[in-house]
Design a protein around this ligand. Structure first.
Ligand SMILES: CC(C)(COP(=O)(O)OP(=O)(O)OC[C@H]1O[C@@H](n2cnc3c(N)ncnc32)[C@H](O)[C@@H]1OP(=O)(O)O)[C@@H](O)C(=O)NCCC(=O)NCCS
Length: 162
């Protein structure tokens, strides 16, 4: 029996990652997590999502602004969820949402979200084509449209507008 063909939907690219905040992750100021540690977790979670869509290696081309809405503290459980919102020729926009969960009550708190652009690369580090994104749901279509607008703004900002 031949294996199921691979799908290239946002859902197929979805990655969830869970972390617990340990002393080494905090800045000593009241046990608050370093912003740079969250950024690293976001880059890994979103990067794996992009790799899944690209079917191979990717590099981070850009990360849009990050705003931290609430502090993450020592002992907190941190949940990250990422998926591909948009695929262009060689690049993809991945959205990553970060929440904390109180293990006693399971109450979740929204902390931040980020949009990252990854470029699929070959073994020599040259950009290579990725599959078009198969948008299925209305939510997929909304995210795709919004990501297309963000991409245009991003490329204008770095002087790459057509
Ligand atoms: C990302 C990189 C591969 C792009 O190389 P390049 O020579 O500019 O390649 P191209 O001009 O063909 O562009 C490739 C894609 O990158 C996108 N891109 C390039 N710079 C970008 C930026 N600053 N923001 C968003 N997208 C960008 C282009 O829009 C293009 O996308 P498309 O093919 O889907 O339209 C190259 O700049 C690189 O290797 N950067 C370092 C990556 C890295 O080391 N990341 C880790 C950070 S320490």
């Amino acid at each position: 029996m031949s294996p199921e063909p691979l799908r290239y939907t946002p859902a197929a690219s979805r990655v969830t990652m869970t972390q617990i905040v340990m002393p080494v992750h905090t800045n000593g100021a009241g046990g608050v997590l370093f912003g740079g540690v969250v950024m690293q977790w976001i880059d890994v979670c979103a990067g794996v999502s992009a790799m899944r869509h690209a079917g191979g290696s990717v590099v981070t081309a850009s990360i849009d602004r990050l705003d931290f809405m609430s502090p993450i503290r020592l002992g907190d459980v941190v949940l990250l969820e990422a998926q591909v919102n948009y695929a262009a020729n060689t690049s993809m926009e991945v959205g990553c949402r970060v929440e904390t969960e109180d293990p006693r009550t399971r109450v979740r708190r929204y902390t931040t979200k980020a949009y990252l652009t990854f470029v699929a690369v070959d073994d020599c580090g040259r950009p290579r084509h990725v599959s078009p994104l198969e948008v299925e749901t209305n939510e997929d279509r909304r995210r795709y449209q919004e990501a297309a607008e963000r991409r245009a703004g991003r490329l204008r900002a770095v002087g790459r507008a057509p």
